[in-house]
Design a protein around this ligand. Structure first.
Ligand SMILES: Nc1ncnc2c1ncn2[C@@H]1O[C@H](COP(=O)(O)OP(=O)(O)O)[C@@H](O)[C@H]1O
Ligand SMILES: O=C(CO)[C@@H](O)[C@H](O)COP(=O)(O)O
Length: 463
């Protein structure tokens, strides 16, 4: 049996799946936690990757592997391949002013035309501008810039600082793929936009070579073929075999709404990011900063676990008797309100109950994503069905409310690691030259039953 491995190096954890290359059947899996916070030493991701490999039973019988990862993270390397400072992650909002500065300098229309995106604090270019302005000595030392999946792929192939790697700091061996490059805000349909990169960082530097979707990056020192890798959302679309008409809603650390299209999207408002996917097409996407952790914090507030939170929420009526949570706990990216905070409204003596609060949290989280679905649809994207994934998609109450706020049928694939699965599919594609047609197992199908009160009161509360 030929085995392939896929990795999801996400915000909260590193997840590894090992699958039968022919059938896609899951053979083994493993995981390891990541440090919390919005800036992290990439060495922690490398350590977690090795731990997750061990947790998955090792790679001795694996023929190919690909690494997918959280998008946008800024990893800056010096000429010796050493990490200069902790990586700033997609959910770090300190570069919000830098984003505004870049837009003022270039213009939103021109930015969208050149890259498909308009800078927000999540994107790598804004983090480089922040580094130039706030840590100029560090910025001056930057010899190369990589994203999390790029750097892990480079290390996996045996490269890295002298003394920490068998092949040493060969910066020219850094690689990436279209999907993750498209999240930097200095890459476009014609490749890297070096003017935008230099504008951000203040000088040029080595950027990873952009590989084709089925192109191998190289091999590990043990001879395992290494695929190009991808940004996590593009990998999830590949893992789901998403096709035109499918819109994926992922409720993990981030909330994302994205589709696979042939047509490019360039939204000058910046609401919808015109990313690339992992197969040669496009991935129009909105992302929220506040997703599964809205439920984590609410469960903590109520002193319950996720199952009890869901049970409480399902005791309440749609609309939570008027209680509304606008869940901007970490600021928010969509809408672009990096300094915002969360707020409850509509609370009365009658509705301030555990059930109403539980349901208001789920409704607030999903209304933000329903607004995102409207924005994606507004870019001409066809929406025939919603594929609901991510950790919080396992919750029955989340699924129930999703059918009440999304105006399309909700399909819930069996709980799994679809980002890592997409990476495993890519590894098989690089190994054989043939994109796998592994079956997708469905756990639930819910008809759309919109309850207008939910989104109407949310719209009033967030206005
Ligand atoms: N049954 C559940 N109900 C609600 N949230 C859940 C449930 N199971 C897991 N989660 C949450 O999902 C999140 C992890 O989802 P995941 O998609 O793995 O995140 P990421 O890939 O972004 O790190 C965590 O915040 C976790 O608390
Ligand atoms: O910023 C985005 C997409 O633009 C996020 O989707 C990150 O890629 C983080 O992903 P998760 O850790 O939530 O999987």
């Amino acid at each position: 049996m030929s085995l392939v491995a896929g990795v999801d190096s996400s915000t909260q954890a590193c997840k590894v799946v090992i699958r039968d290359a022919a059938t896609g059947a899951l053979v083994r899996s493993g995981r390891a936690p990541h440090p919390a916070g919005t800036e992290v030493d990439p060495a922690a991701w490398w350590a977690a990757l090795l731990t997750a490999f061990a947790d998955a039973g090792g790679l001795d019988d694996v023929e190919a592997i690909s690494v997918a990862g959280q998008q946008h993270g800024m990893i800056v390397l010096d000429a010796e391949g050493r990490v200069i400072r902790d990586a700033l992650l997609w959910n770090d909002t300190r570069s919000a002013r830098a984003a505004r500065d870049l837009i003022a300098e270039v213009g939103a229309d021109d930015y969208a035309r050149r890259t498909g995106v308009v800078p927000v604090a999540s994107f790598t270019a804004t983090k480089l501008r922040w580094l130039r302005d706030e840590e100029p000595d560090a910025a001056a030392r930057v010899a190369a810039v990589a994203l999390p999946h790029d750097w892990l792929t480079w290390r996996l192939r045996g490269f890295g600082p002298a003394g920490e790697s068998p092949l040493g700091p060969v910066l020219g061996e850094l690689t990436t793929d279209r999907s993750d490059a498209s999240g930097t805000a200095y890459w476009g349909p014609n490749g890297y936009d070096r003017e935008l990169f230099v504008r951000a960082l203040g000088h040029d530097a080595v950027l990873p070579r952009v590989l084709a979707p089925d192109e191998a990056a190289g091999r590990t020192p043990d001879g395992i073929l290494v695929g190009a890798g991808a940004g996590d959302n593009a990998a999830a679309a590949l893992g789901l075999d998403a096709a035109p008409g499918d819109v994926v809603v992922s409720i993990g650390t981030s909330g994302t709404v994205f589709a696979v299209t042939d047509a490019a999207v360039a939204d000058p408002s910046g609401t919808v990011a015109g990313f690339a996917d992992a197969t040669g097409r496009r991935l129009p996407l909105i992302a929220t900063l506040n997703a599964a952790r809205v439920l984590d914090v609410t469960a903590g507030l109520l002193g319950v676990d996720h199952d009890e939170l869901g049970r409480l929420a399902l005791e309440a009526e749609p609309g939570a008797s008027g209680a509304v949570l606008v869940p901007y706990f970490e600021g928010e990216r969509t809408p672009n309100l990096p300094e915002a905070t969360a707020s409850f409204s509509g609370l009365t003596l009658a509705n301030t109950t555990r059930s109403s609060i539980a349901r208001a949290a789920i409704e607030g989280l999903l209304c933000g994503l329903a607004d995102g679905l409207d924005a994606v649809r507004g870019q001409g994207v066809e929406v025939s069905r919603v594929l609901l994934i991510g950790g919080a998609a396992q919750n029955p109450a989340v699924r129930h409310v999703a059918a009440q706020v999304f105006d399309a049928p909700v399909i819930v694939p069996v709980p799994g690691e679809y980002v890592a699965d997409g990476a495993a599919r890519q590894a098989r594609w690089a190994l054989t030259g043939e994109r796998p047609a592994w079956p997708l197992e469905v756990d639930a199908e819910l008809e759309s039953r919109p309850c207008g009160v939910i989104r109407e009161q949310y719209a009033r509360a967030r206005a």
